[in-house]
Design a protein around this ligand. Structure first.
Ligand code: SF4
Length: 356
């Protein structure tokens, strides 16, 4: 049996041999570490890398990011989802520029006061860039520590997080930034959510959940919230060169992104019925895609793109939007859209050449 105090050494040795080579690794630049952490939350590394490189190319430092327009930031973020992260990234860069003179604060406590920087990201930046001894508790660390030491509890409960942090000390090695990155890599390469590679794990002789056949039970799963279903009927005015589009407001999904005018229903209805409810005749419809399902974290969107005769366009019954306007195909290229819309634009018009 391995002694607990030896576990840090095993993790350190594993990390030395297996660490992922990533462009921000080895850097102590808080801007790059912060950017990578925000982009990689809920994103695969291979997909996230493209976004990371685009951001660094366009905004090589926090000052350039702060000086960019929000629309440009959202455009670069397009397709990644969780758009509030991009807006917060932009807001935080402005705070760093204006209140800290473009120099990041160095403690996790100060960092976590910036917009969108939670305890995990603050701890990751502070440990990697400034050697603060703080654990960056994310899903990877929770999974590894709860399986290895047999810790039960629900994520989000303070007592559970305290136990995770206390047991993780058994894995401690210096410097703290390497410890956090080792746990992130180990959790995504070996102790994965499904089918962990236990036969090649350096802790296989001393893992609580392997010994007790509890790998599928640890960490405990969170109860899933019921998903809200929304039915969107997008009204597409198709002409040679011009589309009518508008910008979404705040306080809902896809805030500040662009889309076609639409009506929304809580349950599916026939397209003809919906069109008549908003003052169109059924025969004004040229075509429709039928519902395309798009899943977000707590919502299921069913979008039907309804192509209407250009001459029949009138929006009296779907309300006024001051952002609504006619855009040429050329002008649309620079606007940020949800992926649902870019997929449609690409598929039907080959308009948007960056399918993801
Ligand atoms: S033995 Fe398996 S479950 Fe235990 S820490 Fe290693 S990979 Fe994870």
């Amino acid at each position: 049996m391995l002694e607990k105090k030896h576990k840090g050494r095993h993790l350190k040795e594993w990390y030395a041999k297996n660490r992922r080579e990533l462009p921000w690794r080895g850097s102590k630049d808080p801007y790059r570490v912060w950017l990578s952490e925000v982009i990689l939350q809920q994103t695969r590394i291979d997909q996230g890398l493209d976004y990371y490189h685009s951001f660094i190319r366009e905004f090589p430092d926090v000052e350039k990011l702060a000086q960019a327009s929000e629309q440009k930031v959202l455009k670069l973020w397009e397709g990644l989802g969780y758009y509030s992260r991009a807006r917060n990234l932009h807001k935080a860069s402005k705070v760093v520029l204006e209140q800290y003179n473009a120099v990041f604060p160095t403690s996790s406590e100060e960092l976590s006061k910036l917009p969108g920087i939670g305890p995990y990201t603050a701890a990751a930046i502070a440990s990697i860039c400034f050697d603060e001894k703080v654990l960056a508790v994310d899903g990877n660390i929770i999974r590894v520590v709860s399986r290895l030491f047999g810790i039960w509890g629900q994520r989000g409960q303070r007592s559970f997080t305290d136990k995770i942090e206390s047991e993780a000390l058994n894995l401690y090695f210096d410097p703290p930034g390497d410890l956090n990155q080792a746990l992130m890599d180990f959790g995504s390469m070996v102790c994965t959510p499904k089918n962990p590679d236990c036969p090649r794990c350096p802790f296989r002789e001393d893992c609580y959940s392997l010994e007790h056949n509890l790998i599928d039970q640890l960490p405990e799963k969170r109860e899933k919230k019921a998903s809200r279903k929304r039915y969107l009927y997008y009204l597409v005015r198709e002409t040679e060169d011009v589309f009518t589009i508008q910008q979404r407001g705040d306080g809902d999904i896809w805030a500040k992104l662009f889309e076609f005018p639409h009506v929304e229903r809580d349950e599916p209805k026939s397209t003809r019925e919906v069109l008549e409810e908003i003052g169109f005749q059924g025969e004004e419809m040229l075509e429709e895609t039928g519902f395309i399902k798009h899943t977000l974290s707590h919502q299921e969107i069913f979008a039907n793109f309804v192509i209407l005769k250009p001459s029949s366009f009138h929006f009296d019954k779907i309300g006024f939007s001051e952002t609504r306007g006619d855009y040429s195909r050329k002008d649309m290229i620079d606007l940020p859209f949800p992926r649902l819309i870019t997929n449609f634009l690409e598929e039907r018009y080959s308009l948007y050449g960056r399918s993801k």
